[in-house]
Design a protein around this ligand. Structure first.
Ligand code: GLU
Length: 474
Protein backbone atom coordinates (compact mmCIF):
# COMPACT_ATOMS: atom_id res chain seq x y z
CA UNK A 1 0.00 0.00 0.00
CA UNK A 2 1.05 3.57 -0.70
CA UNK A 3 2.51 5.44 2.26
CA UNK A 4 -0.10 7.53 4.04
CA UNK A 5 0.74 11.21 3.57
CA UNK A 6 -1.71 13.84 4.73
CA UNK A 7 -1.48 17.59 4.87
CA UNK A 8 -2.96 20.39 6.94
CA UNK A 9 -3.12 23.39 4.64
CA UNK A 10 -4.27 26.47 6.53
CA UNK A 11 -4.36 29.99 5.20
CA UNK A 12 -2.54 32.21 7.69
CA UNK A 13 -5.41 34.36 8.90
CA UNK A 14 -3.91 35.22 12.26
CA UNK A 15 -5.53 32.58 14.45
CA UNK A 16 -6.30 28.88 14.45
CA UNK A 17 -10.00 28.19 13.95
CA UNK A 18 -11.59 25.36 15.96
CA UNK A 19 -12.40 23.68 12.63
CA UNK A 20 -8.76 24.08 11.58
CA UNK A 21 -7.62 22.45 14.78
CA UNK A 22 -9.92 19.52 14.10
CA UNK A 23 -8.50 19.05 10.59
CA UNK A 24 -4.93 19.36 11.86
CA UNK A 25 -5.66 16.91 14.64
CA UNK A 26 -7.30 14.31 12.39
CA UNK A 27 -4.38 14.62 9.96
CA UNK A 28 -1.97 14.08 12.81
CA UNK A 29 -3.92 11.19 14.34
CA UNK A 30 -4.41 9.44 11.02
CA UNK A 31 -0.74 9.81 10.10
CA UNK A 32 0.40 8.49 13.48
CA UNK A 33 -2.10 5.65 13.40
CA UNK A 34 -1.01 4.59 9.92
CA UNK A 35 2.72 5.18 10.46
CA UNK A 36 2.49 7.80 7.73
CA UNK A 37 3.55 11.41 7.44
CA UNK A 38 1.71 14.60 8.35
CA UNK A 39 2.64 17.66 6.34
CA UNK A 40 2.00 21.29 7.23
CA UNK A 41 1.57 23.52 4.19
CA UNK A 42 0.90 27.24 4.40
CA UNK A 43 -1.57 28.43 1.78
CA UNK A 44 -0.75 32.11 1.56
CA UNK A 45 -1.65 32.89 -2.03
CA UNK A 46 -4.38 35.35 -1.12
CA UNK A 47 -2.24 38.42 -0.70
CA UNK A 48 -5.19 40.54 0.49
CA UNK A 49 -5.70 38.33 3.48
CA UNK A 50 -2.03 38.18 4.43
CA UNK A 51 -1.54 38.80 8.18
CA UNK A 52 1.97 39.48 9.42
CA UNK A 53 3.34 36.88 11.83
CA UNK A 54 0.31 34.64 11.31
CA UNK A 55 2.30 31.65 10.07
CA UNK A 56 4.65 31.71 13.04
CA UNK A 57 1.80 32.01 15.51
CA UNK A 58 -0.11 29.17 13.85
CA UNK A 59 2.91 26.89 14.03
CA UNK A 60 3.46 27.87 17.67
CA UNK A 61 -0.17 27.18 18.62
CA UNK A 62 -0.12 23.74 17.01
CA UNK A 63 3.21 22.92 18.59
CA UNK A 64 2.00 23.98 22.06
CA UNK A 65 -0.96 21.69 21.64
CA UNK A 66 1.38 18.79 20.90
CA UNK A 67 0.55 18.54 17.21
CA UNK A 68 3.88 18.37 15.45
CA UNK A 69 4.17 17.82 11.75
CA UNK A 70 6.74 15.60 10.07
CA UNK A 71 7.26 18.08 7.26
CA UNK A 72 6.53 21.78 7.05
CA UNK A 73 7.99 25.28 6.90
CA UNK A 74 9.89 24.86 10.17
CA UNK A 75 10.83 21.19 9.98
CA UNK A 76 11.61 21.16 6.27
CA UNK A 77 11.34 17.95 4.26
CA UNK A 78 11.89 16.44 0.85
CA UNK A 79 8.93 18.11 -0.80
CA UNK A 80 9.44 21.73 0.20
CA UNK A 81 9.17 24.61 0.18
CA UNK A 82 6.01 24.26 2.26
CA UNK A 83 4.83 27.84 1.83
CA UNK A 84 2.85 28.40 -1.34
CA UNK A 85 4.13 31.90 -2.04
CA UNK A 86 7.54 30.27 -2.49
CA UNK A 87 6.26 27.90 -5.19
CA UNK A 88 4.70 30.35 -7.64
CA UNK A 89 6.69 29.17 -10.68
CA UNK A 90 5.38 25.67 -10.30
CA UNK A 91 1.75 26.81 -10.40
CA UNK A 92 2.30 29.08 -13.40
CA UNK A 93 4.07 26.30 -15.26
CA UNK A 94 1.06 24.01 -14.81
CA UNK A 95 -1.43 26.73 -15.69
CA UNK A 96 0.44 27.22 -18.98
CA UNK A 97 0.50 23.48 -19.53
CA UNK A 98 -3.29 23.45 -19.15
CA UNK A 99 -3.61 26.28 -21.68
CA UNK A 100 -1.43 24.38 -24.15
CA UNK A 101 -3.54 21.28 -23.71
CA UNK A 102 -6.72 23.29 -24.30
CA UNK A 103 -7.98 22.82 -20.74
CA UNK A 104 -7.55 26.43 -19.67
CA UNK A 105 -7.83 29.87 -21.27
CA UNK A 106 -6.99 33.52 -20.74
CA UNK A 107 -9.81 35.77 -19.64
CA UNK A 108 -9.62 39.57 -19.90
CA UNK A 109 -13.03 40.42 -18.44
CA UNK A 110 -12.94 43.29 -15.97
CA UNK A 111 -14.56 43.21 -12.54
CA UNK A 112 -17.27 45.51 -13.87
CA UNK A 113 -18.05 43.15 -16.76
CA UNK A 114 -18.19 40.21 -14.39
CA UNK A 115 -20.54 41.90 -11.94
CA UNK A 116 -22.85 42.92 -14.75
CA UNK A 117 -22.82 39.31 -15.98
CA UNK A 118 -23.66 38.10 -12.47
CA UNK A 119 -26.53 40.57 -12.09
CA UNK A 120 -28.04 39.58 -15.43
CA UNK A 121 -27.82 35.89 -14.61
CA UNK A 122 -29.33 36.47 -11.20
CA UNK A 123 -32.16 38.48 -12.74
CA UNK A 124 -32.84 35.56 -15.11
CA UNK A 125 -32.71 33.12 -12.20
CA UNK A 126 -29.80 31.31 -13.81
CA UNK A 127 -26.88 29.59 -12.10
CA UNK A 128 -24.20 32.27 -11.77
CA UNK A 129 -21.12 31.33 -13.74
CA UNK A 130 -18.67 32.79 -16.18
CA UNK A 131 -20.29 32.84 -19.65
CA UNK A 132 -17.03 31.97 -21.44
CA UNK A 133 -16.95 34.98 -23.70
CA UNK A 134 -13.13 35.00 -23.63
CA UNK A 135 -12.98 31.35 -24.65
CA UNK A 136 -14.14 32.54 -28.07
CA UNK A 137 -11.20 34.91 -28.58
CA UNK A 138 -8.81 33.98 -31.37
CA UNK A 139 -5.20 33.05 -30.60
CA UNK A 140 -4.04 36.22 -32.33
CA UNK A 141 -6.30 38.44 -30.30
CA UNK A 142 -5.25 36.78 -27.06
CA UNK A 143 -1.56 37.25 -27.92
CA UNK A 144 -2.08 40.85 -28.91
CA UNK A 145 -3.89 41.65 -25.65
CA UNK A 146 -1.26 39.83 -23.61
CA UNK A 147 1.52 41.70 -25.43
CA UNK A 148 -0.25 44.96 -24.75
CA UNK A 149 -0.08 44.10 -21.04
CA UNK A 150 -3.85 43.89 -20.55
CA UNK A 151 -4.83 42.56 -17.07
CA UNK A 152 -6.04 38.98 -17.26
CA UNK A 153 -6.68 35.76 -15.39
CA UNK A 154 -6.37 32.12 -16.46
CA UNK A 155 -9.51 30.01 -16.18
CA UNK A 156 -10.01 26.27 -16.14
CA UNK A 157 -12.34 25.01 -18.83
CA UNK A 158 -14.73 22.72 -17.01
CA UNK A 159 -16.31 19.94 -19.06
CA UNK A 160 -19.91 20.34 -20.25
CA UNK A 161 -22.60 17.86 -19.28
CA UNK A 162 -20.24 15.81 -17.21
CA UNK A 163 -21.10 13.78 -14.15
CA UNK A 164 -18.38 13.79 -11.55
CA UNK A 165 -18.42 10.70 -9.42
CA UNK A 166 -16.01 9.97 -6.65
CA UNK A 167 -15.75 8.01 -3.45
CA UNK A 168 -15.34 9.93 -0.27
CA UNK A 169 -14.02 8.07 2.77
CA UNK A 170 -16.70 9.67 4.92
CA UNK A 171 -19.56 10.45 2.60
CA UNK A 172 -19.38 7.37 0.42
CA UNK A 173 -20.17 7.65 -3.29
CA UNK A 174 -20.70 11.26 -4.34
CA UNK A 175 -22.00 12.50 -7.68
CA UNK A 176 -22.09 16.06 -8.93
CA UNK A 177 -23.12 17.62 -12.17
CA UNK A 178 -20.67 19.84 -14.09
CA UNK A 179 -23.44 22.37 -14.72
CA UNK A 180 -22.92 23.43 -11.09
CA UNK A 181 -19.25 24.22 -11.73
CA UNK A 182 -17.94 27.56 -12.86
CA UNK A 183 -14.83 27.93 -15.05
CA UNK A 184 -12.63 28.40 -12.04
CA UNK A 185 -9.93 31.06 -12.06
CA UNK A 186 -6.56 29.31 -11.71
CA UNK A 187 -4.21 32.28 -11.92
CA UNK A 188 -5.44 35.66 -10.69
CA UNK A 189 -4.65 39.01 -12.26
CA UNK A 190 -1.91 39.59 -9.66
CA UNK A 191 -0.16 36.49 -11.01
CA UNK A 192 -0.88 34.45 -7.90
CA UNK A 193 -2.62 31.10 -8.20
CA UNK A 194 -5.99 30.47 -6.61
CA UNK A 195 -6.36 27.92 -3.86
CA UNK A 196 -7.76 25.35 -6.31
CA UNK A 197 -4.74 25.25 -8.59
CA UNK A 198 -2.12 25.64 -5.88
CA UNK A 199 -3.61 22.99 -3.59
CA UNK A 200 -3.97 20.48 -6.41
CA UNK A 201 -0.45 20.99 -7.70
CA UNK A 202 0.98 20.76 -4.21
CA UNK A 203 -1.06 17.73 -3.21
CA UNK A 204 0.36 16.00 -6.29
CA UNK A 205 3.99 17.02 -5.81
CA UNK A 206 3.86 16.43 -2.06
CA UNK A 207 2.49 12.96 -2.79
CA UNK A 208 -0.53 13.40 -0.58
CA UNK A 209 -2.45 10.15 -0.28
CA UNK A 210 -5.54 11.47 1.57
CA UNK A 211 -6.96 14.97 1.40
CA UNK A 212 -8.64 15.49 4.77
CA UNK A 213 -10.60 18.74 5.01
CA UNK A 214 -13.91 20.28 6.02
CA UNK A 215 -17.16 19.56 4.25
CA UNK A 216 -17.28 23.12 2.94
CA UNK A 217 -14.74 22.02 0.33
CA UNK A 218 -16.83 19.15 -0.96
CA UNK A 219 -18.43 21.26 -3.68
CA UNK A 220 -14.96 22.24 -4.98
CA UNK A 221 -13.86 18.65 -5.32
CA UNK A 222 -15.08 18.24 -8.94
CA UNK A 223 -12.79 21.12 -9.96
CA UNK A 224 -9.90 19.40 -8.27
CA UNK A 225 -10.73 16.05 -9.80
CA UNK A 226 -10.90 17.69 -13.20
CA UNK A 227 -7.51 19.31 -12.67
CA UNK A 228 -6.00 15.93 -11.82
CA UNK A 229 -7.54 14.49 -14.92
CA UNK A 230 -6.33 17.28 -17.22
CA UNK A 231 -2.82 17.11 -15.80
CA UNK A 232 -2.78 13.32 -16.09
CA UNK A 233 -2.24 12.75 -12.38
CA UNK A 234 -3.73 10.24 -10.00
CA UNK A 235 -6.12 11.87 -7.52
CA UNK A 236 -5.73 11.30 -3.77
CA UNK A 237 -8.44 9.81 -1.58
CA UNK A 238 -11.03 12.34 -0.41
CA UNK A 239 -12.03 12.71 3.21
CA UNK A 240 -14.57 15.44 3.94
CA UNK A 241 -15.14 16.05 7.63
CA UNK A 242 -18.62 16.94 8.88
CA UNK A 243 -19.52 20.53 9.63
CA UNK A 244 -19.10 21.83 13.17
CA UNK A 245 -22.37 23.34 14.37
CA UNK A 246 -23.61 25.80 16.97
CA UNK A 247 -26.13 24.35 19.42
CA UNK A 248 -28.96 25.67 17.21
CA UNK A 249 -27.40 23.54 14.42
CA UNK A 250 -26.26 26.52 12.34
CA UNK A 251 -22.63 26.45 11.20
CA UNK A 252 -20.21 27.21 14.05
CA UNK A 253 -19.86 30.97 14.12
CA UNK A 254 -18.32 33.83 16.00
CA UNK A 255 -21.84 35.03 16.64
CA UNK A 256 -22.42 32.23 19.14
CA UNK A 257 -18.99 31.03 20.13
CA UNK A 258 -15.38 31.91 20.24
CA UNK A 259 -13.92 30.14 17.25
CA UNK A 260 -10.24 30.79 17.81
CA UNK A 261 -8.26 28.11 19.59
CA UNK A 262 -5.95 30.75 21.08
CA UNK A 263 -8.87 32.38 22.88
CA UNK A 264 -9.72 29.11 24.63
CA UNK A 265 -6.12 28.76 25.75
CA UNK A 266 -6.18 32.35 27.01
CA UNK A 267 -9.33 31.64 28.98
CA UNK A 268 -7.51 28.85 30.78
CA UNK A 269 -8.73 25.72 29.03
CA UNK A 270 -6.20 22.91 29.13
CA UNK A 271 -4.71 21.64 25.90
CA UNK A 272 -5.53 18.06 26.90
CA UNK A 273 -9.21 18.95 27.18
CA UNK A 274 -9.26 20.94 23.94
CA UNK A 275 -7.63 18.12 22.01
CA UNK A 276 -9.90 15.50 23.55
CA UNK A 277 -13.00 17.60 22.92
CA UNK A 278 -12.11 18.52 19.35
CA UNK A 279 -11.22 14.89 18.55
CA UNK A 280 -14.80 13.95 19.37
CA UNK A 281 -16.24 16.64 17.07
CA UNK A 282 -16.99 14.30 14.22
CA UNK A 283 -15.24 11.11 15.26
CA UNK A 284 -16.55 8.54 17.71
CA UNK A 285 -14.52 5.82 19.35
CA UNK A 286 -15.60 2.19 19.33
CA UNK A 287 -16.55 2.29 23.01
CA UNK A 288 -18.43 4.99 24.89
CA UNK A 289 -15.35 6.30 26.57
CA UNK A 290 -15.01 10.06 26.48
CA UNK A 291 -11.60 10.79 27.94
CA UNK A 292 -8.65 10.17 25.68
CA UNK A 293 -5.08 11.39 25.81
CA UNK A 294 -3.37 12.38 22.57
CA UNK A 295 -1.43 9.09 22.56
CA UNK A 296 -4.62 7.11 23.08
CA UNK A 297 -6.29 9.02 20.27
CA UNK A 298 -3.41 8.15 17.92
CA UNK A 299 -3.96 4.53 18.81
CA UNK A 300 -7.75 4.55 18.45
CA UNK A 301 -8.32 6.88 15.50
CA UNK A 302 -9.69 5.59 12.21
CA UNK A 303 -11.39 7.26 9.27
CA UNK A 304 -14.25 4.78 9.24
CA UNK A 305 -15.44 6.13 12.57
CA UNK A 306 -15.73 9.71 11.27
CA UNK A 307 -19.40 10.72 11.17
CA UNK A 308 -21.26 12.16 8.25
CA UNK A 309 -23.65 14.19 10.38
CA UNK A 310 -22.67 17.64 11.64
CA UNK A 311 -21.00 17.77 15.05
CA UNK A 312 -22.46 20.12 17.66
CA UNK A 313 -19.98 22.29 19.53
CA UNK A 314 -21.20 21.81 23.09
CA UNK A 315 -19.38 24.18 25.42
CA UNK A 316 -20.87 22.51 28.50
CA UNK A 317 -19.15 19.32 27.50
CA UNK A 318 -15.84 21.12 26.96
CA UNK A 319 -16.17 22.62 30.45
CA UNK A 320 -16.94 19.23 31.94
CA UNK A 321 -13.91 17.74 30.19
CA UNK A 322 -11.68 20.56 31.34
CA UNK A 323 -12.79 19.96 34.92
CA UNK A 324 -11.88 16.29 34.53
CA UNK A 325 -8.37 17.16 33.35
CA UNK A 326 -7.98 19.80 36.06
CA UNK A 327 -8.30 16.97 38.56
CA UNK A 328 -6.54 14.15 36.76
CA UNK A 329 -3.37 15.77 35.41
CA UNK A 330 -0.32 15.73 37.70
CA UNK A 331 -0.52 18.41 40.39
CA UNK A 332 2.73 20.02 39.23
CA UNK A 333 1.39 20.33 35.70
CA UNK A 334 -1.70 22.19 36.84
CA UNK A 335 0.34 24.31 39.24
CA UNK A 336 2.83 25.29 36.54
CA UNK A 337 0.16 26.08 33.97
CA UNK A 338 -1.87 28.12 36.49
CA UNK A 339 1.09 30.22 37.58
CA UNK A 340 0.61 32.88 34.93
CA UNK A 341 -2.72 33.84 36.51
CA UNK A 342 -1.34 34.16 40.03
CA UNK A 343 0.34 37.20 41.57
CA UNK A 344 4.01 36.17 41.95
CA UNK A 345 3.95 36.50 45.74
CA UNK A 346 1.20 33.88 45.98
CA UNK A 347 3.40 31.24 44.40
CA UNK A 348 6.66 32.11 46.17
CA UNK A 349 6.17 29.44 48.81
CA UNK A 350 5.87 26.64 46.27
CA UNK A 351 4.84 23.91 48.74
CA UNK A 352 2.04 26.07 50.04
CA UNK A 353 1.07 26.96 46.48
CA UNK A 354 0.83 23.25 45.66
CA UNK A 355 -1.45 22.68 48.63
CA UNK A 356 -3.72 25.47 47.42
CA UNK A 357 -3.83 24.10 43.88
CA UNK A 358 -4.47 20.62 45.17
CA UNK A 359 -7.57 21.81 47.04
CA UNK A 360 -8.66 24.37 44.47
CA UNK A 361 -8.61 22.10 41.47
CA UNK A 362 -11.29 19.91 43.03
CA UNK A 363 -13.75 22.73 42.58
CA UNK A 364 -12.51 24.62 39.52
CA UNK A 365 -13.29 24.26 35.85
CA UNK A 366 -10.74 26.65 34.32
CA UNK A 367 -7.22 27.59 35.33
CA UNK A 368 -7.95 31.24 36.30
CA UNK A 369 -10.67 30.08 38.68
CA UNK A 370 -7.93 28.64 40.87
CA UNK A 371 -6.90 32.18 41.83
CA UNK A 372 -10.42 32.96 43.04
CA UNK A 373 -10.26 29.99 45.28
CA UNK A 374 -6.76 30.86 46.46
CA UNK A 375 -7.60 34.41 47.46
CA UNK A 376 -9.04 33.47 50.87
CA UNK A 377 -5.74 31.99 51.94
CA UNK A 378 -3.97 35.28 51.45
CA UNK A 379 -6.67 37.52 52.81
CA UNK A 380 -10.00 36.41 54.28
CA UNK A 381 -13.03 37.59 52.35
CA UNK A 382 -14.62 40.69 53.96
CA UNK A 383 -17.54 39.76 56.20
CA UNK A 384 -21.02 41.07 55.49
CA UNK A 385 -22.95 42.62 58.47
CA UNK A 386 -25.09 39.51 59.03
CA UNK A 387 -22.05 37.29 59.22
CA UNK A 388 -20.39 39.74 61.58
CA UNK A 389 -23.39 39.50 63.92
CA UNK A 390 -23.41 35.77 63.63
CA UNK A 391 -19.77 35.62 64.65
CA UNK A 392 -20.42 37.82 67.67
CA UNK A 393 -23.17 35.55 68.98
CA UNK A 394 -22.40 33.76 72.20
CA UNK A 395 -22.48 30.29 70.75
CA UNK A 396 -20.12 31.28 67.90
CA UNK A 397 -17.69 32.76 70.38
CA UNK A 398 -17.80 29.56 72.42
CA UNK A 399 -16.86 27.50 69.36
CA UNK A 400 -13.97 29.81 68.49
CA UNK A 401 -12.68 29.86 72.01
CA UNK A 402 -12.75 26.10 72.32
CA UNK A 403 -11.15 25.55 68.97
CA UNK A 404 -8.37 28.03 69.66
CA UNK A 405 -7.47 26.23 72.84
CA UNK A 406 -7.50 22.78 71.28
CA UNK A 407 -5.47 23.80 68.28
CA UNK A 408 -2.54 25.04 70.27
CA UNK A 409 -1.18 21.58 70.78
CA UNK A 410 -1.73 20.38 67.24
CA UNK A 411 0.30 20.34 64.03
CA UNK A 412 -1.47 22.22 61.21
CA UNK A 413 -0.69 19.43 58.76
CA UNK A 414 -2.13 16.71 60.94
CA UNK A 415 -5.53 16.28 59.28
CA UNK A 416 -6.45 13.40 61.52
CA UNK A 417 -5.85 15.35 64.70
CA UNK A 418 -7.82 18.28 63.34
CA UNK A 419 -10.73 16.02 62.52
CA UNK A 420 -10.56 14.54 66.01
CA UNK A 421 -10.70 17.88 67.81
CA UNK A 422 -13.43 19.06 65.46
CA UNK A 423 -15.60 16.08 66.35
CA UNK A 424 -14.74 16.37 70.02
CA UNK A 425 -15.87 19.99 70.03
CA UNK A 426 -19.31 19.09 68.76
CA UNK A 427 -19.76 16.67 71.66
CA UNK A 428 -18.18 18.84 74.27
CA UNK A 429 -20.05 22.03 73.42
CA UNK A 430 -23.30 20.44 72.28
CA UNK A 431 -23.27 22.79 69.28
CA UNK A 432 -23.54 21.31 65.82
CA UNK A 433 -24.15 21.82 62.09
CA UNK A 434 -24.22 25.37 60.87
CA UNK A 435 -23.72 26.78 64.38
CA UNK A 436 -20.51 24.88 64.75
CA UNK A 437 -18.88 25.04 61.32
CA UNK A 438 -19.97 28.48 60.16
CA UNK A 439 -18.21 30.48 62.87
CA UNK A 440 -15.01 28.56 62.19
CA UNK A 441 -15.12 29.13 58.44
CA UNK A 442 -16.16 32.75 58.78
CA UNK A 443 -13.27 33.38 61.13
CA UNK A 444 -10.75 31.48 59.05
CA UNK A 445 -11.65 32.44 55.48
CA UNK A 446 -14.37 35.05 55.71
CA UNK A 447 -17.03 32.91 54.09
CA UNK A 448 -19.58 30.44 55.34
CA UNK A 449 -18.78 27.73 52.82
CA UNK A 450 -15.52 26.42 51.49
CA UNK A 451 -12.96 23.69 51.93
CA UNK A 452 -12.97 21.34 54.92
CA UNK A 453 -11.22 22.45 58.08
CA UNK A 454 -8.07 20.29 57.78
CA UNK A 455 -7.53 21.69 54.27
CA UNK A 456 -8.00 25.28 55.40
CA UNK A 457 -5.76 24.89 58.42
CA UNK A 458 -3.17 22.90 56.49
CA UNK A 459 -2.86 25.69 53.94
CA UNK A 460 -3.01 28.61 56.36
CA UNK A 461 -0.48 27.03 58.69
CA UNK A 462 -0.62 27.16 62.45
CA UNK A 463 0.38 30.79 63.00
CA UNK A 464 -2.05 32.28 60.52
CA UNK A 465 -4.85 30.01 61.75
CA UNK A 466 -4.39 31.15 65.30
CA UNK A 467 -4.19 34.79 64.24
CA UNK A 468 -7.42 34.57 62.28
CA UNK A 469 -9.31 32.73 65.00
CA UNK A 470 -7.97 35.16 67.56
CA UNK A 471 -9.05 38.17 65.54
CA UNK A 472 -12.62 36.88 65.52
CA UNK A 473 -12.74 36.48 69.31
CA UNK A 474 -14.36 39.22 71.30
N1 GLU B 1 -6.33 26.64 2.51
C1 GLU B 1 -7.57 25.93 2.66
C2 GLU B 1 -8.21 26.43 3.95
O1 GLU B 1 -7.85 27.47 4.38
C3 GLU B 1 -7.32 24.45 2.67
C4 GLU B 1 -8.45 23.59 2.18
C5 GLU B 1 -7.97 22.18 1.92
O2 GLU B 1 -7.58 21.53 2.90
O3 GLU B 1 -7.96 21.74 0.78
O4 GLU B 1 -9.04 25.84 4.56
Amino acid sequence: MKEVRVRFAPSPTGYLHIGGLRTALYDFLFARNQSGKAVLRIEDTDQNREVKGATESLIATLHNLGIDFDEGPETGGEYGPYIQSQRLDLYRQHALELINKGHAYYCFCSTATLSQMREEQQAEGEFVKYDRRCLKLSKEEVNARLNAGEPHVIRLKMPDNYRFAFDDEVRGHVQMDSSQSDDQVLIKSDGFPTYHLAATVDDHYMQISHVIRGEEWLSSTPKHIWLYECLGWEAPKWVHLPLILNTDRSKLSKRMHDVSVESYIQKGYLKEALINFVALLGWHPADDRELYSLEELCEAFSLDRVNKAGAVFDLTKLDWMNGQYMRSLPLHTIADRAKQWFPPQWTEDYQRYLKIISAARERSTLLPELTEYARIFFKPAPLNPEDKDFLLAESSQKVLQWYLQQLTGIDADDAEAINTITKAGIKELGIKGKYYYMPLRLALIGQAHGPDLPTIIGILGKDETLIRLGAARH
